[in-house]
Design a protein around this ligand. Structure first.
Ligand code: AMP
Ligand code: MG
Length: 479
């Protein structure tokens, strides 16, 4: 399909007008294409040749809007760093409707009714980061929004210094947030709360549509999906950085990429967001924060679901729903097919060991995927290998209880523990080059993002330990 023929569905704007504001994009000056993602284009049956169609830049820049689209921005609230903001909304995102169940949205298209005092724009660096990282997360097997393309421009933005404006076109099966529910409960709009729950059921949990107990089941499924999501983040070493309830997806997806980071050396206390002085969203805190955020979602559901039932579900989240999801991820990473009670201890010991060893999180698990009893290749990774020795003894004992052949275990681990992840310093290099008009690195990293488990000899230099001075770099929210 050509861009001119894209046909949008507009279900969200058939909800009451309090859910959104119709919005027109404000074009950027002298826009140019940085990257087009053919794998995502396929999802909406868009021709791959659109990369050469000037209409694509026009679509992202808002100078061409397909006739069937009625652009709008969504209204929501949320707890930001623990404090409730009663009206946030898409301050810089504009939705165009959905195609094949994918909701298309631009980020950085100018002021909306929800921009408050900000400019509605997104700077080039954070846009390149989101474009690449959302794709990486999807290919790492973690639920995420996707990105269709990115444009840059000569529009100047005032941030920490002067930046240039960019737009990413993102796609998601859902853009509804925990904060969208909070908005209607706060204003005691209980009919609208039900309408929102029904909308979410049709969009993301359609098997519940005719269920009499559907609102409780919706809450329960969000709890389960959140457990899987956060366990996925912990397993791969992803730090979100801004786990406010307005950035929590009702469909259990990774959304709103800001000052995120992948772990360099394993560090439970790593805080990637430089504005998060208290470490609220530290890597090791993410499971606790997800629980806290779910308690806020439960409060938002109180007008339509029995509180006691939700409290029980929340207790279960802490007691076994999250721990089980995490254990499943970690058993896969360690190549364990059997589920034994002792595994919890093995994994706890591993976390303490990695914390003490000063070892690159990704390279450790990739190297462990080749483990055949020879410890030296693992010791060589760590600044302090001593604790690894004791843990490997535990691991050897545990592996002895598996009946699966070593080769088979290794093959599965190599499909679970990535060779390539996008570290901040790699993204930063791509951004620096893009500022000079060279987008080759963006394309290379897009390719890596889409092939995290493959051995790619020409990209071996992207699978090395982070240079010391680039380790644990933090970023701010202002983007
Ligand atoms: P975030 O935590 O980055 O997802 O953003 C929190 C809120 O601030 C959301 O409502 C955003 O839409 C809004 N926001 C962030 N940056 C801007 C901006 N440059 N212009 C307008 N709104 C913004
Ligand atoms: Mg957000």
């Amino acid at each position: 399909m050509k861009i001119d023929n894209l046909t949008f569905q507009n279900k969200y704007i058939s909800l009451n007008e309090e859910f959104y504001e119709l919005t027109q994009p404000t074009p950027l000056a002298e826009p140019y294409l940085i990257s087009f993602n053919p794998k995502v284009a396929e999802l909406i049956d868009l021709d791959k040749t659109s990369i050469d169609d000037s209409r694509f830049v026009e679509l992202l820049n808002g100078t061409f809007t397909p006739k069937t689209s009625k652009p709008f921005s969504m209204c929501y609230a949320g707890h930001q760093f623990g404090h409730y903001a009663q009206r946030l909304g898409d301050g810089r995102a504009i939705n165009y409707g959905s195609i094949n169940g994918w909701n298309l949205q631009t980020k950085g298209s100018g002021e909306t009714a929800f921009s408050r005092t900000a400019d509605g724009r997104a700077a080039l660096p954070s846009s390149i980061r989101e474009y690449l990282m959302s794709e990486a997360m999807h290919h790492l097997g973690i639920p995420s929004t996707r990105a269709l393309g990115i444009i840059g421009s000569e529009t100047k933005l005032l941030r920490n210094g002067i930046e240039k404006g960019a737009v990413v076109m993102r796609m998601s099966p859902s853009w509804v947030r925990f904060g969208t529910f909070q908005y209607f409960t706060y204003f005691k709009e209980h009919e609208k709360l039900k309408a929102l729950a029904d909308y979410v059921i049709v969009e993301s949990y359609p098997h519940l549509e005719n269920d009499e107990d559907r609102y409780f089941k919706l809450f329960s499924e969000v709890v389960e999906a959140t457990a899987k999501l956060i366990a996925g983040w912990q397993g791969v070493g992803f730090c979100h950085g801004v786990m406010n309830t307005d950035n929590m997806s009702i469909a259990g997806l990774t959304i709103d990429y800001g000052p995120f980071s992948m772990l360099d050396d394993f560090d439970f206390g790593f805080v990637c967001n430089s504005t998060d002085k208290a470490g609220r969203y530290a890597y090791g805190e993410q499971p606790n924060v997800s629980y806290w955020n779910l308690t806020k979602l439960a409060q938002a559901f109180e007008p339509i679901v029995d509180k006691k039932r939700m409290d029980k579900k929340l207790d279960d989240y802490g007691a076994f729903i999250y721990p089980n999801a995490y254990m499943e991820v970690m058993r896969k990473k360690l190549g364990l097919a059997l589920e034994l009670d002792e595994d919890m201890n093995l994994i706890k010991e591993l976390i303490g060991t990695l914390q003490d060893a000063y070892v690159d999180h990704t390279i450790f698990f990739r190297t462990l995927s080749h483990y055949d009893g020879e410890r030296m290749p693992i010791f060589e990774l760590a600044m302090n290998p001593i604790p690894l020795d004791a843990w490997l003894t535990l691991y050897d004992k545990r592996l002895a209880k598996e009946s699966r052949a070593q080769k088979e275990r290794q093959a599965l681990m190599l499909k679970t523990n990535p060779k390539y992840i996008l570290k901040n310093y790699m993204l930063q290099d791509a951004i620096t080059l893009a500022y000079g008009g060279n987008f080759k690195r963006v394309e290379e990293l897009l390719y890596l993002a889409q092939h995290p488990f493959e051995e790619l000899s020409e990209f071996e230099h992207f699978a090395v330990e982070t240079p010391e001075h680039y380790k644990n770099v933090t970023l701010s929210c202002s983007s």
